[in-house]
Design a protein around this ligand. Structure first.
Ligand SMILES: [Zn+2]
Length: 330
């Protein structure tokens, strides 16, 4: 058993309390490898923002759980070395069993998500409470979920949204003891969040997706005032990145995300954590495709992963500063 406190990580409690009071949201960025980790830490140190490093079960399978944990431990030291020790949370994204959450906590995670959103309500309550009881013994914070997001990401997929029922949130939070709650208000996983036929077109012919259900968010806030809310699937799918990818041989079609203005608005509410993964995938892919096409003689991985890492860093600095509002809050 390794406590996250021994390696300098923090749980989400204090940073969420500050985010709630300051009307901003903490970025939750996924990572699977060294370059993503470097980009996240460089961006957040430069912007002096707290950060949540997210590991999905797919990431654990891809990169090995021990290596990921040491990378997160390294991130704490790296941020100090860069001149500013920011608060860093190591969080399990979409934990699907008690055993997985327990294993992560024993490996030094400071926060876990238990996603029982696909289960019948009472089973979701029971599973979430079991994880909370164990996690809180180790001062690890827990995120639960009510409602189901559409879209596909790693091992999580659903055809349609099931919006969160505001009438359930108070009961769920009090019965389970969770520290934060992910809700479904129209964000969705992946880079194809909406079908073109679900969208309208603006004057320039650009597809405009249906707006987030701020009415549901407000109704949830009224039921659990001051309680941290989480948004998953909150990539904006920047079309300039999609264009770079497709100009250099990519074949992305119907890529539509959540407009950044809507996420900015959500960040000023009780939303304290916003998950962004797909946009990072797009930035790295754009960086790599650019080099592969324009410098075809390169075969040193550092020569294409390095520029891709820089594009990722630029994207994350923009998110922190202009979307989440967490810059200079560390
Ligand atoms: Zn998610």
């Amino acid at each position: 058993m390794l406590s996250y406190k021994e390696i300098g990580l923090v749980n989400s409690r204090d940073i969420f309390a500050k985010a709630m009071a300051g009307k901003y949201a903490i970025p939750a960025f996924n990572f699977n490898n060294l370059e993503q980790m470097q980009a996240i830490i460089q961006a957040c140190v430069e912007m002096k923002s707290p950060v949540i490093l997210q590991v999905s079960s797919g990431a654990r399978k891809y990169a090995n759980q021990t290596l990921l944990r040491y990378l997160a431990q390294g991130a704490v030291e790296y941020s100090k070395e860069l001149g500013y020790g920011i608060p860093i949370v190591l969080h399990l994204d979409h934990g699907d069993s008690f055993e997985l959450c327990q294993s992560c906590i024993e490996y030094g995670f400071s926060s876990v998500m238990i996603d029982g959103s696909h289960l019948p309500y009472d089973e979701n309550v029971a599973l979430t409470k079991k994880v909370v009881d164990y996690a809180h013994k180790h001062d690890v914070t827990v995120e639960g979920e009510l409602g189901v997001l559409a879209g596909v990401e790693d091992e999580v997929s659903a055809e349609h949204h099931t919006y969160t029922e505001p009438k359930d949130v108070q009961d769920f939070v009090s019965k389970t003891g969770v520290d934060s709650l992910a809700i479904s208000i129209g964000t969705s996983h992946g880079a194809n969040k909406f079908k073109p036929e679900q969208c309208t077109r603006d004057a320039n012919g650009v597809l405009v997706p249906p707006p987030l259900r701020f009415d549901i968010l407000e109704a949830c806030e009224k039921m659990i005032p001051g309680f941290p809310i989480v948004l998953h699937g909150s990539s904006s799918v920047p079309q300039d990145l999609v264009q770079i990818i497709n100009n250099y041989g990519g074949k992305l079609v119907d890529t539509i995300g959540i407009p950044e203005e809507q996420l900015r608005k959500a960040a000023t509410s009780a939303v304290c954590k916003i998950n962004i993964d797909s946009d990072g995938r797009l930035a790295m892919t754009a960086g790599i495709r650019d080099i592969m096409t324009n410098k075809p003689a390169e075969f040193d991985p550092r020569k294409y992963l390095g520029p891709a890492r820089d594009m990722l860093k630029t994207l994350y600095m923009h998110k922190v500063k202009n979307v989440l509002g967490s810059a200079f809050k560390a």
